[in-house]
Design a binder for this molecule. Sequence first.
Ligand code: PLP
Length: 397
Amino acid sequence: MAVPLLDLNIQNLALEGDLKSAFERVLRSGQFILGPEVQELESRIAAMADVRHGIGVSSGTDAILLALMALEIGPGDEVLCPSFTFFATAGCVARVGAKPVFVDSCLYCFNLDVADVERKVTSRTKAIIPVHLFGQCADMDRVMAVADRHDLPVIEDAAQSLGSVYRGKKAGNFGAFGVFSLFPSKNLGGFGDGGVLVTDDDELADRARMLRAHGAKPKYFHKYVGGNFRLDPLQAALVAVKLPHYENFTRNRVSNAEWYDRALGALEGVSRAPATDSICGTGADAGSKPSKGAARIILPRPYSHNEHIWNQHTLRVLGDGRRDALRRLLTERKIGSEIYYPVPMHRQECFAYLGEAGPLPVADRLASECLSIPIYPELTRTQQEEVVDAVKAFLES
Ligand SMILES: *Cc1c(COP(=O)(O)O)cnc(C)c1O
């Protein structure tokens, strides 16, 4: 049986009846720009981050852009963000004319290294964008401490982490803004592009709402130079169909991760990332000892204070060329996998003009070691067994 990295049809077709009703409701409403469908989704997503305002936007990327615009960040400003992330985080900083300043990552939680954030703050720094990568929150107490010390706003890139929890607080609740994405591969996957920007600040919410629609309020009176960053009511209505099932989706992802942890963790040569954050961002190599031999694969493990939502289940495969070898073997067996992310941002051609950003040794290392395997909610145990068999064969080869 093939094991895809993600199978959207299982989840979507199970909701076909409700999705069709939502479509019909919007069709008959005759309202295709903003309105109650968008407002309803906005308030429900805001509630999932325990904040008061949600702003439905055209994508997670545009949510980041809008947050930067609302904070009036532009030319001459620097914004700290991880190098090991999806392009949108740094791309938006560059698009508003500011300079992305790349920060290294933690070898274990994949999130930004807060000590490196602190080292890279300058008088030009205007914001910090931590990314809650793969479904687990960055070390937000420490991020917020640095931000407070230097009086900097924080934009949480929580595109992969809707509903994720850090020490009892929800992702998107810490910063001036939180960003969520409805891209189909995210945990709350939509039917096209979409995103929601959240904030607890009335003034920022007001400004972001204006900027979302050409910076005008009322219509045709332009206070700011905004854009068209609106979420469609049709998209909002369809996504809302999934919301009552979201907790269940997350439970299944968590259960799949726990199953991998037991099954893969029992293999010779596999060790686990440390479950406490005492080592976070130190770059030190540590974790559980593999049952036998040296560690060749490191399993992801959430820090004990975090609730991980497992947007991705990302292994580290140690040794030159070994990650790519595992990927080839998985492909031969028709098992889906993906390299998130093969090239860190400080090595991207489009950022060459920024000059030398390094050294960012952990970002470089993660780009060569990471491999994400199937974790989606509808994955069956039989499929997971196939993945484990393949990894076992790889370790024995
Ligand atoms: C998906 C993603 C985005 C962008 O979201 P889109 O909705 O695809 O524009 C931004 N940051 C991270 C970390 C992401 O994973």
